[in-house]
Design a protein around this ligand. Structure first.
Ligand SMILES: *Cc1c(COP(=O)(O)O)cnc(C)c1O
Length: 421
């Protein structure tokens, strides 16, 4: 089980042959890296360049006419990603839109869905959230004239490795229920890799009369999602992590169908105006029903182009088959760590498959200095994970392009480091 021969055999026999050949794999000292940072910046699909060049060529030859000509005309370019995106997150097509960036979308969603009152001013979030989310939420609370010190409620993890039991989340929502305007939770926690039950948390929030939103930065393209059926009010995510759409790629946003014709306030822009009358250039805003109504500007076409390449690959494989492969790869990583490396690495991420995605967060024995030394050794040997202070290495086998052989290479490199320490 722990030799190259076996890892290669697992790859050869895998029910889902790798799509590694569809990606550009970065090299280190002439050899392909074992790249485990798809949870931070996914690799470039080979076809991304052609999609970008098509846009550049169209701009070169047609200039402004490019808005109106051909299948990939810019006027409706974001429509090209709608259906595949809806399939990916389990939504109706009108519930999703690709626009802006994650944090910008989080703010736009809160403008509509965080409506604090004196009786019900609070947001419940996790302590230790990704800083951008905390900044966004705290600034929204303050923007409405409330005090983040009392009205931004941050739930501390109740499990030893910094993870949450469902019971703790349930207790917190019940305890603060009458004061909660919004519950904002991650699909997967970025530091621990813990996955959460979107449907269950949404039901708990709704039972208390609160709105519920999710940040799916680490969940989209990693876990199968059923956003429509989950009932969640809104969700936001980015496309440069598992979605492989390039640095700063255009992000995603979900608004549940029940809000398609909402009269909640929103920050409006002309691209959210209903398309049929947008170019009458009238003074009054008439929102497009559904998620499209939250768009502000005409989208950055060059930024959207790689997303098309990425979604074609997701559509080719399907999220269910990809998740099955992800479970095999991460399960293999887990067994190598437990059998061979237990004296060096402790797995922080929950062991139950429904409580994690592809990422394992690994605490290095001996603390920060040892952890940094191991991390640097791995990088110097072409095995790339990422480092989270104070002592965690995150390793995320991406099922589109990582292999069992990559995973074994990680374990072998840790063994080699241990043997000289
Ligand atoms: C990656 C990530 C972000 C990044 O925000 P941007 O607006 O895309 O820069 C925010 N929140 C979470 C939870 C993330 O994982």
């Amino acid at each position: 089980m722990f030799c190259e021969h076996h890892a290669n055999a697992l790859d050869a026999a895998d029910p889902l042959p790798t799509l590694r050949g569809e990606f550009l794999i970065p090299r280190h000292d002439g050899a392909e890296m074992a790249y485990f940072v798809g949870n931070s910046l996914g690799l470039q699909p080979r076809s991304a360049r052609a999609h970008v060049e098509t846009v550049l060529d169209k701009w070169e030859h047609e200039a402004v006419e490019g808005h109106f000509t051909g299948d990939a005309q810019w006027m409706s370019y974001h429509e090209l990603v709608r259906e595949p995106l809806a399939r990916l997150v389990g939504a109706n097509p009108a519930e999703v839109v690709a626009m802006n960036s994650l944090t910008a979308n989080l703010h736009l969603m809160m403008v509509s869905f965080y409506r604090p009152t004196r009786e019900r001013p609070a947001i419940l979030m996790e302590a230790g959230a990704f800083p951008s989310d905390r900044y966004a939420l705290a600034s929204q609370v303050a923007f409405h004239g409330f005090d983040p010190a009392t009205d931004l409620i941050e739930l501390e993890p109740d499990e030893p490795d910094g993870t949450f039991s469902m019971a703790a989340i349930e207790r917190a929502i019940a305890q603060h229920g009458r004061r909660l305007a919004l519950v904002l939770w991650p699909g997967i926690q970025y530091r621990t890799g813990q996955a959460f039950d979107i449907q269950a948390i949404t039901a708990l929030a709704h039972a208390q009369g609160a709105v519920c939103g999710f940040d799916l930065a680490h969940a989209v393209g990693n876990l199968p999602l059923a956003l429509h059926d989950s009932g969640v009010d809104f969700a936001v995510w980015c496309h440069y992590k598992y979605l492989n759409s390039g640095p700063g790629a255009v992000a995603g946003c979900f608004v549940h169908e029940r809000h398609a014709h909402t009269d909640r306030p929103r920050f409006a822009g002309w691209w959210g105006h209903e398309p049929a009358t947008r170019f009458q250039m009238g003074p009054d805003f008439r929102p497009t029903p559904g998620a499209d109504g939250w768009q502000l500007s005409n989208p950055p076409i060059l930024g959207l182009a790689p997303l098309r390449a990425s979604l074609e690959l997701y559509d080719r494989v399907g999220m269910a088959a990809l998740r099955a492969k992800s479970l095999r790869l991460t399960g293999y990583l887990e067994s190598l760590i437990r059998e061979l490396l237990a004296d060096v690495l402790q797995i922080v991420t929950p062991a139950e498959r429904e409580r994690r995605g592809s990422q394992l967060s690994l605490r290095v024995a001996g603390g920060r200095e040892q952890g940094r030394a191991l991390f640097d050794y791995l990088a110097a040997n072409g095995v790339l994970g990422d480092w989270r202070e104070p002592d965690v290495i995150r390793i995320s086998p991406a099922p589109l392009y990582n292999t069992h052989a990559d995973v074994l290479r990680f374990a072998r490199a840790v063994e080699a480091w241990r043997d000289v320490h």
